[in-house]
Design a protein. Structure first.
Length: 266
């Protein structure tokens, strides 16, 4: 118990800039590893050797729920009057709302719509859960204890929020296309078509990259928000590229003009 209290006290005194630089460093290592190393062993690439398997829906909910639970529990049970006052600043309230909206869908709606899906190895689940706890804590601490008290909705904030919305809608549409790609009872893989899939192989990842880039623009100069956007790209872009190579190898007539993750670029 004493060790746990010491650990939590140590983490609490760390400024979010320190946590953000740690995430940016991890993003660099993640990007290189996923680009040139073995493909992350979950989803269509799921394999043995990474611990016991967890069912896809259970794994998704229990690993992602922390991104919603950490800020929600903090606000419900631990937020001080000073923290609530900081959150009432229009920019801070908007940023927290967008964060919670995204993760409410990702944690409680999206997983329940999944059909089948390969199980997730425990090691992958653990790393994902740890990231969600880390990021949820970092973003919440910044917004409640370090964000500007005088934070109105400026043109930059509005532009960033609009970019977030565009990315969120791209992500929602891509999820819908992927979920409905196969009819009930069908197996195997098909080429996704429609929406941003006409431009990139990983439209769902592209949407999420756009989303958190917009959030970082709206949150500027928040280093935690920038770190999250950087890590999102570092984690999802290499996987989108792997998907692209996989599709091209599996489908000889795969659309030649389609890029991997960034339309017209990569």
């Amino acid at each position: 118990m004493a060790a746990w209290q010491s650990l939590t006290a140590t983490v609490w005194v760390l400024p979010t800039t320190t946590l953000a630089w740690g995430m940016i460093a991890a993003a660099g290592a993640t990007f290189v590893t996923l680009l040139v190393g073995p493909v992350a062993p979950y989803g269509r690439y799921s394999t043995t050797g990474w611990g016991f398997f967890i069912g896809s829906k259970i794994a998704w909910i229990t690993q992602e729920v922390w991104s919603f639970a950490v800020p929600a529990l903090w606000l419900a049970f631990f937020a001080t009057p000073e923290q609530w006052a900081r959150l009432r600043a229009p920019q801070n309230a908007l940023l927290m709302s967008l964060f919670l909206v995204h993760y409410f869908n990702r944690d409680f709606i999206f997983p329940l719509r999944l059909r089948g899906g390969k199980p997730t190895p425990f090691t992958v689940w653990l790393m994902a859960a740890a990231f969600c706890i880390y990021n949820g804590y970092m973003q919440t601490k910044y917004l409640l204890t370090e964000a500007p008290l005088n934070a109105p909705i400026t043109l930059r904030v509005a532009a960033g929020a609009a970019l977030w919305l565009a990315g969120w809608l791209i992500n929602l549409q891509a999820d819908h296309i992927l979920i409905n790609l196969r009819r009930p009872g069908e197996k195997g893989y098909k080429i996704p078509r429609g929406g941003a899939f006409e431009y990139v192989s990983a439209a769902n990842y592209f949407g999420e990259i756009v989303e958190w880039t917009g959030w970082a623009v709206a949150a500027y100069p928040s280093l935690p928000a920038i770190a999250f956007a950087v890590f999102t790209f570092a984690n999802l872009a290499p996987r989108g590229w792997r998907h692209h190579l996989w599709y091209k190898a599996k489908f000889p007539r795969y659309p030649k003009a389609r890029k991997a993750i960034l339309p017209f670029i990569w």
